[in-house]
Design a protein around this ligand. Structure first.
Ligand code: G6P
Length: 437
């Protein structure tokens, strides 16, 4: 690490509307985390956004009075060279591709969502070849760097890196941190007093136990969730859980589990809102226009509160505190997408799980979970099988593997539907799927 010079960060997908979150995170932690250079990288098509958000980032740093250089570049290799941390938050095909991912499954009566179900499969097919290319650059130009991946589907993309590169990687998501914040709100306390013991994989996550100031309050908390007191991410409809189901589950599910436990209701909700206001991707497109109009204002020099309208709000807390803990070898506990390595005995060692993990400079270790309860084991195993096949399909471009991946997924009702969805995905993503010949 380049401690004396200060740290170099490369952010791929730097033109993202979320970038002010990240910059705010680095500004807030500057004392502990001496970032000297941030390279925001994007591609030609994203140049306009990169300029707008990059200039806001420069104003934020200036207002904070810190000596951090922000570089805006289309040259990924220049950014990655000698970086200490590479963060990834890119979207291959931009929002138009996301909208297609949402619409294709809906056409056949299946959940149309950015990360969950067939939409997530399509996004993974576009993204995995690109992330593996980025990893080749890291292996060559900054082999000691940590890759902090936010690109969705985060768990799948991280697992592709674990299986197909030598890069040190940690995958992140704002769902766990969102659940901690939400629980703290419900309890009327600050988040630092709450600890949740999680089990699962990315966007398929349960809180097993919850502690307030170290005291186990799980039973009472589950009663509150059953009574409808929990809230949801901005991008997930807030449908009520069945109280009997929550009590008998004895755990509290993340928002995304509504797609699995309330499939019919969620599908109906998606179909109705697609007609009324468009899919979530279409709604986000409008929010993005408004956000970028705001970002253009020369007197704006802080992260605008309107960014909280996005589902990924507060992700910088997860990213910057992880980078901080790695850099300072804190050995504290954070929720990370990390190689299983036996932590969940019912899953293969080389898959990625989302787990409370001990974060240090050299490695990130998931805390042992052991065997998972039967009531959630089947779902985790089947979705993990889908994820493994999805990665294999993205790497090989093998149609049969892709068909198996979609056919295994619990949200895709039949092989007939899987085949129709897959054919549309390949057809409508032609320019982004060179691996499918
Ligand atoms: C959640 C998920 C993220 C996802 C985001 C989408 O926070 O955890 O993985 O990127 O929502 O939010 P959006 O505002 O783009 O729908």
């Amino acid at each position: 690490m380049t401690t004396k010079k200060g740290l170099k960060i490369a952010t791929i997908g730097g033109g993202s509307s979320y970038t002010p979150e990240l910059i705010e995170g680095f500004i807030n932690r500057y004392e502990e985390l001496p970032v000297k250079e941030i390279y925001l990288v994007d591609i030609e098509e994203g140049k306009e956004k990169l300029d707008i958000v990059g200039n806001l980032a420069k104003r934020m740093v200036k207002k904070a009075g810190l000596d951090i250089d922000i570089h805006l570049t289309l040259d990924r290799r220049e950014a990655i060279k000698d970086a200490d941390f590479v963060t990834t938050q890119f979207r291959v095909g931009q929002l138009d591709a996301r909208i297609r991912d949402e619409k294709i499954p809906l056409r056949y009566g299946s959940i149309g969502q950015e990360t969950t179900g067939a939409g997530g499969f399509a996004k993974a097919q576009r993204t995995i070849p690109v992330i593996l290319d980025i990893c080749k650059d890291i292996e060559e130009l900054s082999p000691n760097a940590w890759l902090i991946n936010f690109t969705n589907p985060s768990g799948i993309v991280t697992e592709a890196v674990v299986k197909h590169s030598n890069v040190k990687v940690a995958g992140l998501c704002n769902v766990p941190i969102g659940m901690v914040n939400d629980s703290a709100d419900m309890l009327g306390v600050t988040p630092d007093r709450v600890y949740i013991d999680f089990v699962g994989i990315n966007h398929l996550l349960w809180g097993r136990k919850i502690y307030l100031d170290g005291k186990d309050i799980t039973d009472n908390f589950i009663e509150e969730v059953a009574a409808g007191k929990s809230s949801t991410m901005k991008n997930i409809p807030d449908l009520d859980w069945d109280p009997d189901f929550i009590r008998s589950l004895g755990m509290f599910p993340c928002s995304y589990l509504r797609y699995y436990y309330l499939t019919d209701e969620m599908l109906k909700e998606e179909q109705e809102s697609a007609k009324l206001e468009g899919t979530r991707g279409e709604v986000v497109k409008k929010i993005e226009h408004e956000l970028f109009d705001l970002y253009k204002k020369p007197d704006l020099d802080i992260k605008p509160p309107q960014l909280a309208e996005r589902g990924g709000a507060h992700y910088s807390d997860a990213a910057c505190s992880l980078i901080n803990s790695i850099y300072n070898d804190k050995k504290d506990i954070q929720i990370v997408n990390v190689k299983n390595n036996g932590a969940i005995s019912d899953l293969p060692d080389n898959v990625v799980i989302e787990a409370n993990s001990i974060v240090g400079f050299k490695d990130i270790k998931p805390i042992n979970i052991g065997s998972i309860p039967t009531r959630i084991k089947g779902l985790i195993q089947v979705v993990k099988a889908y994820e493994e096949l999805t990665i294999e399909a993205a790497v090989t471009g093998d149609y049969d593997t892709a068909l198996q991946a979609l056919s295994v997924h619990p949200l895709i009702p039949s092989v007939t539907v899987a085949k129709k969805i897959l054919n549309d995905i390949i057809k409508e993503n032609k320019e982004y799927l060179p691996q499918y010949k």
